[in-house]
Design a protein around this ligand. Structure first.
Ligand SMILES: Cc1cc2nc3c(=O)[nH]c(=O)nc-3n(C[C@H](O)[C@H](O)[C@H](O)COP(=O)(O)OP(=O)(O)OC[C@H]3O[C@@H](n4cnc5c(N)ncnc54)[C@H](O)[C@@H]3O)c2cc1C
Length: 481
């Protein structure tokens, strides 16, 4: 099975767990008998005291699919339009593409609409750290990320280079600490992860590039009408369910939720990003550049974070508090101004920071003001018909806890699993997709992500404060907890 999994290119739902990755354990005979006896006594004593509660079966990992919910297959399942709703996914970022792949494996019919003309239509160069999603990724048919890099060491310095904190596998193993067995983080370029997912969709022609959603309308028959702009043409189509996976400035969200209820919230800082090639630059020599180390350096106001981007490149992320107006101006001025700004602010910081900034090609630099939104209440969704949101469209958060893409992947998996479970063997058309699927999905998603939005927001403050300089061997965001 393990070998088959490593070479598999196509997947289908695991029949043992119905794609859920978990199965109910049988209730032990002893427990059953105990309950039956207690119930008999209760009924024979005029129902005095508390009524015995039937024993619950616990969930356990499905051994047939190793908890992934999918198994290797010769072909993808044929889309089952009889049992499942027809889904329109708006946005081909990490969340939208992940949902499409999870639907593909389950035979759920879908079309993915992306406004960009092609995969590489614009620069989308930054790296992601996969935390929970590093485990969840196998549920998308990816056993091992081709370009993924595992970090084994995380170091925090002050600007003189003094180590203020250090953790990670390398330190735990050296000290024989139990934590050495803990889950590891995977670093991957956003585009590499997106590509690995998109490749599964290739032969299905399921991605409609150059389709910008302009309008959507819930119809009386509970379907949704969608209007797209393709070059100068307008195209209209219909779907049973629309999923807005169209990012922090989501068009779908604008149609269904009043912007005033949770407007974009500026987090008082800018983040500037760059990707620096390491091989060509022979002056760049430092144990921090071993492609397995993540390091950050801070002065209590400004913060530099560097992580492996690929085996030959490092990604840096520099951030500091600034007014929204100045952040927008600097961002508009472009990469030359951004590079100068970072260079001037860090030129006296410890090695190899300024060499890395100088060695970063201008075209690899971008910068944005940081925003999130107040978390939505799931009741708000109940009135919006056959439309839902996931990823940044639903719960944008600051990048300082590295959780946005992780949560978008978990959202996608959760939605596909709920659609499969609640539609395959039940008639969702009777109650409608909102009652059958969406209310449950949104409740789970919003409960899971609320704390991530909050922690990511707090991290935006902590990382640009004196707190970051406290000497402790743990992630800075955890210091106050
Ligand atoms: C600097 C930085 C570092 C980060 N680091 C991490 C990290 O380490 N770990 C982590 O988990 N997350 C990280 N994140 C967050 C993560 O990148 C996002 O949360 C994640 O990419 C969101 O995915 P998404 O699919 O919801 O949205 P997006 O990736 O924004 O995708 C939205 C897609 O929708 C398309 N679209 C928009 N409007 C329309 C329309 N009208 N019609 C059709 N298509 C449309 C867009 O073109 C885009 O392709 C980071 C973010 C930044 C900025």
């Amino acid at each position: 099975m393990e070998n088959q999994e490593n070479i598999a290119k196509k997947w289908q739902i695991c029949p043992e767990c119905n794609g859920q990755g978990r199965v109910r354990q049988k209730i032990k005979r002893k427990k059953k008998l105990y309950y039956e006896k207690a119930l008999e006594i209760y009924e024979n004593t005029d129902q005095k005291g508390e009524k015995p509660i039937p024993p619950k079966s616990h969930l356990k990992i499905c051994e047939n699919c190793n908890a992934s919910g999918i198994i290797p297959s010769e072909n993808y399942p044929i889309p089952d339009t009889e049992h499942f709703p027809k889904i329109a996914i708006i946005g081909g970022g990490i969340g939208g593409v992940a949902l499409a792949v999870a639907c593909l494996h389950r035979g759920i019919p879908f079309t993915l609409y992306e406004k960009d003309e092609s995969f590489n239509a614009r620069m989308q160069g930054y790296g992601l750290t996969l935390q929970q999603a590093n485990v969840a990724i196998k549920a998308f048919g990816i056993k091992k990320l081709k370009d993924g890099i595992v970090s084994t060491r995380h170091v925090v310095h002050n600007i003189e280079g003094k180590i203020l904190g250090e953790w990670g596998k390398r330190k735990w193993l050296a000290n024989n600490e139990k934590t050495a067995t803990r889950r590891s983080n995977m670093h991957i370029a956003r585009q590499s992860l997106r590509l690995e997912l998109l490749q599964q969709l290739d032969e299905k022609n399921a991605v409609k590039w150059n389709h910008q959603l302009l309008d959507l309308k819930n119809l009386t028959d509970k379907t949704v009408e969608l209007k797209f702009k393709i070059n100068d043409e307008i195209k209209t189509t219909k779907a049973d369910l629309v999923v807005g996976a169209d990012g922090i400035r989501s068009t779908v969200r604008n149609f269904i939720i009043d912007e005033k209820l949770s407007p974009l919230r500026y987090l008082d800082c800018i983040v500037i990003l760059g990707i620096c090639p390491l091989k060509k630059n022979k002056t760049l020599k430092s144990e921090l550049l071993d492609s397995e180390t993540v390091f950050q350096t801070a002065n209590g106001v400004e913060r530099m974070y560097m992580m492996p981007y690929s085996s030959t490149e490092i990604m840096w992320q520099f951030s500091y508090p600034i007014s929204e107006e100045l952040a927008l101006n600097l961002s508009r001025e472009g990469s030359k101004a951004l590079k100068n700004d970072v260079f001037e602010r860090t030129k006296s910081w410890h090695s190899p920071i300024s060499d890395i900034i100088s060695g970063t090609p201008q075209e690899n630099i971008s910068g944005y003001p940081v925003y999130d939104r107040v978390v939505l209440n799931s009741d708000l969704f109940k009135k919006i018909g056959s439309v839902t949101l996931l990823g940044d469209a639903a719960h944008p958060m600051s990048p300082f806890k590295g959780q946005g893409a992780n949560q978008a992947l978990l959202d996608a998996l959760s939605l596909a699993k709920i659609i499969y479970k609640n539609c395959k063997y039940k008639n969702w058309r009777e109650d409608g997709i909102r009652t059958s699927v969406l209310n449950q999905f949104e409740k789970e998603m919003l409960e899971r992500t609320a704390i991530k939005v909050k922690d990511s927001r707090e991290a935006a403050t902590i990382l640009h404060s004196e707190t970051v300089l406290i000497e402790t061997n743990q992630p800075r965001g955890n210091i106050l907890k």
